[in-house]
Design a protein around this ligand. Structure first.
Ligand code: FE
Length: 209
């Protein structure tokens, strides 16, 4: 099997969030799809190692934010490479709460969908949720982010927990690699005061390639 064949698939980039027992959580996914129009249903696949996955399983509801191209890589870093178990990812970012108290970002989001889980299926590493869209709102007319744009223009990385992760996703270059998020600093030496632009780890978290 040529695993590169899967690279031909196209995806968007999304943040999903939920609120369970008063605790907010959220993470980045690239696996949101509309699966039916009547009723309006979507599917998402979320890694079972993600804290947000178990929180959605328990709350039965989530917000899905469709990101735009100008989203800060900081936001991707926070939601894609840290766990909500230890932090409130929304705290320092512009957000609002929906009718269930689920936070959603209000900047660099094309639209948001409030979804109610109708089916959860264990598919191994990931949980597949089918959900009915209860409410939806357009927030911006900015261009939406595609996964290709994230990789090619924003130089973004694929976290190990992503449905589409392959070792070859993150092409090995020369330089220094952040052991937290995989960001690669192309150059040598690594400045001693360097801070990872994605996950904010300091120079000690970097390993030489
Ligand atoms: Fe990093």
């Amino acid at each position: 099997m040529d695993a590169k064949a899967l690279f031909s698939l196209s995806y968007g980039l999304y943040i999903i969030s939920t609120n369970h027992d008063g605790k907010a959580s959220g993470c980045v996914i690239n696996t949101l799809h509309q699966v039916t129009s009547s009723p309006t249903q979507v599917s998402i696949a979320v890694n079972k190692d993600n804290y947000t996955q178990s929180q959605i399983e328990q709350s039965g509801k989530f917000e899905a934010m469709i990101l735009t191209q100008d989203v800060d890589m900081d936001v991707i870093g926070t939601f894609g490479f840290h766990s909500s178990k230890n932090m409130n990812k929304f705290e320092t970012l512009p957000h609002e709460l929906d009718e269930y108290g689920i936070p959603y970002l209000t900047q660099h989001v094309a639209s948001r969908l409030l979804c109610r889980v109708v089916l959860a299926m264990d598919i191994g590493t990931h949980m597949l949720f089918i959900a009915e869209v209860e409410d939806a709102q357009v927030l911006s007319s900015e261009e939406v982010m595609t996964y290709a744009y994230y990789h090619q223009v924003k130089n973004g990385l694929t976290p190990k927990n992503a449905s589409t992760f392959q070792e070859t996703n993150n092409e090995v270059k020369r330089g220094w690699r952040c052991t937290i998020c995989g960001y690669i600093y192309e150059g040598d030496p690594l400045p001693s005061d360097f801070i990872c632009p994605i996950c904010k780890a300091d120079a000690s978290a970097f390993e030489k390639l």
